[in-house]
Design a protein around this ligand. Structure first.
Ligand SMILES: NCc1[nH]cc(CCC(=O)O)c1CC(=O)O
Ligand SMILES: [Mg+2]
Length: 401
């Protein structure tokens, strides 16, 4: 059967130069150009009664002639076998790249999170330990802890954030006691502890105070370090907090504790399921108090790229050890920008909404979950991420085996 191949309109045969311009064709190439009609003269003449006669047996109509084409380059040769494809793959994905985010609550049972099927608020003792044991068994040895604070403990300044006996602090200690070589990351921001649902302290007129918040973040980070945290991760986007936290840690004897800065964190709709999990969405305005309904005065605008570089330079100068971009997939250009601009390790957060999208499509049977998750995570690596925070951490590591 003749294949419905349409010849492309005649184009200039030439060689693309490095800057993408077409160089004039070299004489030797003229004869090779598949769209040139001269080649047809070499084909057997077609009689009027056999309009679709083929030039050679088994060669579909429309095949460019001469056949085989004299191609100087055939990239498909390098894709011919799985062995070869594996051998020359440019980046790889390993459980070592994964940081598993874990929600904890101050109770016993693991509670499902409806907008994040397969993820739980773990009971801070048994459930948390069991999940970490499972993660380690597949090679994931890094976790980040997100505590769900009971509403009764939330205040407008979030002091529970640095309660030495708080849920976060207890969870960190428990993990380090049980798994001394586990890398425990923490979240530094006030939103899970703040009755207004903001990462910083909200003044009555709705302004989110920067410098006052930084002081609280320093106390929170030091308290997490005292509990045994290996890496504190400020996710609040206040200005100047990396330098202040570095100084506070150093002065308290924690020169060995690292800082992973959420340096390019965007005001994103993809955090919705996370805020469900922690009941941490910005609160409704109250009598005599204005509470901004979103985080746009501190998290970045989705349209901005250069601004991410500005944030990265500042955080690197202030002493960050790792730079993080968040969300992940819609912001891979920013991951690449930071990868190229900095010598620090780069982390990317495959956030709750991105997880929910894949889960929902997989549950409907619209996507192959394993293939789409592994592809997604590999693309983070290609964009330049060393570390990937993903709720798919354990499943992905199992699938990698
Ligand atoms: N500062 C808190 C914090 N740390 C991580 C996330 C979101 C993570 C996710 O969506 O998976 C958020 C929510 C927010 O900024 O509103
Ligand atoms: Mg900043």
């Amino acid at each position: 059967m003749a294949l419905p191949i349409q010849h492309a309109p005649a184009r200039v045969c030439g060689t693309a130069t490095r800057d993408g311009a077409l160089a004039p064709p070299r004489p030797a190439q003229r004869a090779r150009c598949p769209t040139r009609v001269t080649a047809v003269a070499d084909a057997p003449a077609r009689s009027a009664s056999q309009p679709s006669a083929r030039p050679k047996p088994g060669v579909p109509d429309g095949t460019p002639m001469p056949y085989p084409m004299e191609l100087p380059s055939r990239p498909r040769r390098n894709r011919r076998s799985q062995t070869f494809r594996d051998a020359i793959r440019e980046v790889n994905l390993s459980p070592a790249n994964i940081i598993l985010p874990l929600f904890v609550h101050d109770g016993e049972d693991d509670l499902p999170i409806p907008s994040m099927p397969g993820a739980f608020r773990h009971g801070w003792k048994t459930g948390l330990l069991a999940k970490v044991r499972e993660a380690r068994s597949v090679g994931v040895n890094q976790v980040v802890i997100f505590p769900k604070t009971p509403e009764s403990l939330k205040t407008s300044t979030g002091e529970e954030a640095f309660n030495p006996n708080g849920l976060a602090q207890r969870s960190i200690s428990l993990l380090k006691d049980n798994f001394p070589d586990l890398e425990v990351y923490t979240d530094v921001a006030l939103d899970p502890y703040n009755c207004d649902g903001h990462d910083g302290i909200v003044r009555d007129d709705g302004v989110i105070l920067n410098d006052e918040t930084v002081e609280y973040l320093c106390r929170q980070a030091v308290s997490q370090a005292e509990a045994g945290a290996d890496v504190v991760s400020p996710s609040d986007m206040m200005d100047g907090r990396i330098g202040a936290i570095r100084t506070a840690l150093d002065e308290s004897g924690f020169t060995h504790v690292s800082i992973m800065s959420y340096c390019a964190k965007y005001a994103s709709a993809f955090y919705g399921p996370f805020r469900d999990a922690l009941a941490s969405a910005p609160a409704a305005g109250k009598k005599n108090r204005i509470i901004p309904p979103n985080k746009k005065t501190y998290q970045m605008d989705a349209g901005n790229y250069r601004e991410a570089l500005r944030e990265a330079v500042a955080d690197e100068d202030e002493g960050a050890d790792i730079l993080l971009v968040k969300p992940g997939l819609p912001y891979l250009d920013v991951v690449r920008a930071l990868r190229d601009a900095s010598t620090l390790p780069i982390a990317a957060y495959h956030v709750s909404g991105e997880y929910a999208m894949l889960k929902a499509a997989a549950e409907k049977g619209w996507l192959d979950e394993r293939e789409s998750v592994l592809e997604t995570l590999l693309c983070f690596r290609r964009a330049g991420a060393d570390l990937i925070l993903t709720y798919y951490g354990v499943e992905a590591a199992q699938w990698m085996e």
